[in-house]
Design a protein around this ligand. Sequence first.
Ligand code: NAP
Length: 302
Amino acid sequence: MTAKLIKGTEIREEILEEIAAEVKEIKEKKGVVPGLVTILVGANPASISYVTLKIKTADRLGFKEIQDDQPEDISEADLLAIIDKYNKDDSIHGILVQLPLPKHIDDKKILNAIDPDKDVDGFHPVNVGRLMIGGAEVKFAPCTPAGIQEMIVRAGVETSGAEVVVVGRSNIVGKPIANMMVQKGPGANSTVTIVHTRTQDLAAHCKRADILIVAAGVPGLVKPEWIKPGACVIDVGVNRVGEKVSEKTGKKIAILRGDVDFDAAKEIAGSITPVPGGVGPMTITMLMKNTLNSMKYKLGMM
Ligand code: NAP
């Protein structure tokens, strides 16, 4: 059997087109557009490239985009004052502080200072609590888990009553996606198990999964014999395993592998995400969707 590929690159385009159409319609009717500010402290090259991609995507969708670059030595108090300014700015619906922050700044303090109703990353404790309660309480699901759920739904995979096994219990992927899949509602209603490094028989749990979500950060952790025939496999892992020269640009680029042995797994799974081009492109897409939703909440449209 060869699994159906769930391509994040294609689903991203579908969702971005839907967002752009909605932004245009709301702009015409109400004269407002979603406002997103990206605060970048220092010049970490990886952070610069993430932020650049976020800005490009926001621009493409017709958002108001502010890139607020701050020097590496900005004080915590000054950064808190900047966040306060955007909390009070009615044209801004989403505030994003790019992590990591320099060591002299307490990132928890900074993230917790963001107005929960502008916390489009979904990391503020208020939004974590709302996610746990579920249903209409949820404002912003964190972007990577939201992207995972969207991929499962758009791939037409039945979640109601499905055995979902999540490998990994981080606050940004494992715990929130497990919590989302167990909720009462569409795209969820699953029976969920979370496994981690202290789990006794990882393979046995994985073998039960109708939907296997792997976010461990260990290349090739999940072996093909751990996959139930026909299962949906979502590989969140992004692991750099070497370098190669790009055929397009001639520059050195990283060789990326997922947490699943993809070549063998695709012969057993019913559907599977590739790495790269799977979950990766979904994170920024869902950030844009959260920013649009933030504006819609404010306009009383949701
Ligand atoms: P993390 O914070 O390091 O958490 C990894 C989790 O996996 C931990 O709960 C750990 O268990 C568990 N784990 C590690 N090795 C294991 C093993 N051998 N057996 C069972 N469980 C194991 O990682 P993360 O931030 O969730 O990220 C996970 C992966 O997803 C990384 O490769 C990351 O790059 C990728 N990622 C991708 C995106 C995206 O594509 N947009 C976004 C976020 C993350 P313990 O808790 O017991 O240590």
